[in-house]
Design a binder for this molecule. Sequence first.
Ligand code: 13P
Length: 247
Amino acid sequence: TGTFFVGGNWKCNGTKESITKLVSDLNSTKLESDVDVVVAPPFVYIDQVKSSLTDRIEIAAQNSWVSKGGAFTGEISVEQLKDIGCKWVILGHSERRHIIGEDNQFIGKKAAYALSQGLGVIACIGELLEEREAGKTFDVCYQQLKAFADAVPSWDNIVIAYEPVWAIGTGVVATPVQAQEVHVAIRDWLKNNVSAEVASKTRIIYGGSVNGGNCAELAKQEDIDGFLVGGASLKGPEFATIVNSVT
Ligand code: 13P
């Protein structure tokens, strides 16, 4: 579905020095032209990355405030993200859900506000290991999807990232069959609860221990439309391999 989409989520990693190196590696690698490529640096380095990284790669933030900026100590507003050149924001990442404690409703509101101001949203969903083991994978994903669907007026500018929590940062990647099964379920949910058009147009990308070695098999799955990459996105050449895995 649509143009293959690969995002690099740098999470809370990097220094001025390591990011200078990563940007220069990204600038000198060949990226296939028919792939949308986005990186999400920590807030404090976005300006540095924006001014040094090739325009071929768009910038995402890893979070945004839920409404217009103002007296919200420690937060970063959507307006500020746009001001420094972000095109996207990652929302609902499992680390924000499960470590920081953001809930479905709050995440839905954030998505609606970011979209209203013209940012694209990388909307993350995914089950915990105990939820998978209890047979609740689809239910959990559907609830998380519903919270987005209830809050947003349009899906035009949303990419869904399916990231099973047990696969994130663990080295335990979902098998192509496991990932494809959930991606199909997500698409069916969109078809039944939003529209057939949104179901067929919305890109559903996979995240969780994607690397240069496992990306090609995953990319072959019909409903895997790209990747959201953590650890392996901190290495320029490996990230390029993942970007180019669709071809
Ligand atoms: P890893 O690729 O490090 O497992 O992280 C995935 C992720 O959380 C991307 O958002």
